[in-house]
Design a protein around this ligand. Sequence first.
Ligand code: ASP
Length: 328
Amino acid sequence: MNLAKKVVIVTTGGTIAMRYDPFSQSVVPAVTGPELVAAVPPLAEVGPVEVVEYANLPSPHITPAMMFDIARMLDVILARPEVAGVVVTHGTDTLEETAFLLDLVLKSDKPVCLTAAMRSSAEISPDGPKNILCAVRTAFSASAAGQGVLVVVNEEIHAAREVTKTHSANPKTFASPFWGPVGYVDEDRVIFRRQSLGREKIQPQALVEDVHLIKLVAGSDDFFFRCLVEKRVRGIVVEGFGRGNVPPAVVPGIEAALAAGIPVVLTTRVHGGRVLDVYGYEGGVIPLKNMGVLLAGEMSGQKARLKLMLALGLAENAADLARYFERP
Ligand code: ASP
């Protein structure tokens, strides 16, 4: 029993806080923060917890501005000396985005663990209570400090930068493709097996929200780029193919965006590996990079979009912005 310190559980909603409603015949937000904790009696053996209800939203309703707001709130909570760490309960759909944004902006090195559930509380074998228990145990664990923001689900611990939702329904949905978990939660202890290297911090006063993601498919053209250029958005992230290559008909749209002063960041729609200037054909990354397109390394489109929102909040000019994306 850890008497000195407490873990603060910040609830934001998601299936973990939902119940089946027979009237509407659907799963809807229904469970309060204190009810969530009350459903996990073994927490009393782990240590004191405090519950802070941020929201009770399905995670498709969570915006980057809310993620940033949650970060500001966590900075204040984590600065309290009696707080050992924080657990954030969240819907699974956008959990990896909130986790990654928090990883980039949070100031403290104390453990921050996001957790969730794929089954709502009234289903057979709900996964939420065990996930909350494991997340709180990880947040109390000294070995979790300095590991960055973690996602604790199914007794596995994943790094925010690497984790993604891989299945629409199966409780074993979170995985870190090509890397695997950084650790796991066993009956008697929390075990870390490796560290996620290459983490970074981008800590602006505010983020720039008007940044958009375009996913490319065979035969894509520049239609969506032209819409965004006309709208004068602040940034565009592109999910290209493989090493980052794009169809030739997309290139005029990228040129138009760059000519309008809109930064374009390139990612890949595949689950592993970096985008890189290997191919020189029309739409290949060599000409794209020469044009001024920024490369996002191994990062998924949805995470690179959040990174660009934060970097735009700090960067003074295009050269400065490039520093966030061209780092080795
Ligand atoms: N749609 C839900 C959400 O993300 C899914 C979940 O929580 O598992 O809020």
